[in-house]
Every structure is written in C-alpha cells, then in structure tokens.
Design a protein around this ligand. Structure first.
Ligand code: DC
Length: 227
C-alpha cells in the first residue's frame, strides 16, 4: 500500500483573533513544517512607521518603507507564549507588535496596494519552498492560490474579542473588553471591504467555525484533512 504525504503548502486564513496563529503553530509543529504568520509583517511596518512618527496616510512613504524594511523572524528565544522572535534592527519587538497602537492602525497600512505587493512577494517566495503553514487573510486567495490545503478559520466577533482579552490579561497587561470588541469589529470591516485582497475564504477552502470547536478539536479536524 502506498503512503500519501501530507499537503506541502497549507494556507490558513481568517479574521483577527480567530485562533489561526495557535492552530498554525501547532499544525506546523506536528508536521515538522515552517510556521509563518504573515500578519507580523503588516504589524512590523505599522510599528516602524509609528516609531518614526510617519504619517500613516502618506501611502507612497509607507509603501517605500515596506519595500526596504528588513524584518527578521527567528525561532523563539523565550518561553513566554511567543511562537517566534520578531527582530528589527537587532531589537526584540515581538510583543511590541501586539500594542493597542499597532492594532488600531495596522488595517490602514495593510490596505495599501504597494505595501501588499511588497510583502506578498516575500511571503510567496517563502511559501513556494513548501513544507509550510502560512497564516493570514489572503494566503489561499492571493499569496499562494496553488496551496495544497486551504483552511478558513472563522469565529464570532464576541468570541474573538474574549480570546484577545484573555491573551493580554495572561501576559499581565491591562485590557478593556469593550474596546477590544470595537476594534475587532472595525478591523473586520476594513479587512473585508478593502479593494485589494479583501478577507474572504477561497472558493476551495474548508471553512471551520471555532466558536463550536476548541483549539484541540480544530487541530484534530485539520490533521484529519492532512491525511
Ligand atoms: O493576523 P493579525 O491580527 O496579526 O494581522 C494584522 C493585520 O494585518 C490585520 O488587520 C490584517 C492584516 N493582514 C493582511 O491584510 N493580510 C495578511 N496576509 C495578514 C494580515
């Protein structure tokens, strides 16, 4: 009997805080694949722009920044819940990427066509090497339409806000649930109505609802799909 190998390129898309990163990391670990969270790249550009007091509405300047930025994603150096280190100019900015300021502004930056083109090209080059779980909004539709398996992970805005709230509290920081919910709804709206690469499931994606399944059940379903 011949043994079939698991899909080599796995695209995992879905809205903010749907559990994609948790699932992606576990899935990549169990298959021995690279885990690549593309949201980090949009966050990094936003973070650098905020650090340099750049005008986020200045599309040409922000696009120029995305074209030349050196964002390094390395294996995790600390055991504090991170799946990787994000290093910019030799500074560990892994958690700074999750700041409320970045959350509130990243949708503006990720709506720019030039920013998306610059970052998608980098993502595609990495994805085509195979043995990868790539997580984002447009991986199955734009970045890697040839992916062998496409999963779209969905959950209600309330459930996603609750998870983000817990994540922040667990880190020992302060959080306001209503504020987070408002931000999740606002980001959904911008991400799914933008002109370029809007958030939507690919026609051939398997849609999973994580309101009804816990993290282990979702992982079990996707591992089943990999067989
Ligand atoms: O997954 P996340 O919350 O870290 O993503 C941050 C932002 O980046 C989100 O508002 C949408 C954007 N994003 C995107 O437009 N395309 C991707 N492939 C990944 C993220």
């Amino acid at each position: 009997m011949t043994k079939t190998s698991p899909p080599s390129i796995i695209a995992l898309d879905g809205p903010a805080a749907s559990g994609k990163s948790t699932l992606g990391k576990k899935l990549a670990d169990s298959l021995g694949y690279l885990f690549f969270d593309t949201g980090v790249m949009y966050r990094a550009i936003t973070w650098i722009a905020l650090q340099h007091d750049m005008n986020l509405r200045a599309e040409a300047e922000i696009t120029g920044l995305a074209q030349k930025a050196q964002i390094d994603i390395r294996p995790p150096s600390k055991n504090d819940g991170r799946g990787y280190d994000i290093v910019i100019d030799e500074k560990d900015v892994t958690w700074a990427m999750r700041d409320g300021d970045v959350d509130a502004n990243v949708s503006i930056v990720s709506a720019y066509a030039g920013v998306r083109q610059a970052l998608s090209e980098k993502q595609r080059r990495i994805g085509l090497r195979g043995q990868v779980v790539m997580v984002g909004r447009d991986i199955g539709t734009v970045v890697l339409p040839e992916a062998d398996l496409k999963v779209y992970l969905d959950a209600s805005a309330e459930e996603r806000a609750r998870r983000r709230y817990e994540e922040i509290i667990t880190r020992g920081d302060k959080a306001d649930y209503d504020e987070i919910l408002k931000n999740v709804i606002e980001r959904d709206h911008i991400d799914s109505t933008r002109a370029v690469a809007p958030l939507r499931p690919a026609d051939d994606a398997v849609i999973l609802d994580s309101d009804k399944l816990d993290a282990d059940q979702v992982l079990a379903r996707v591992l089943e799909l990999c067989k």
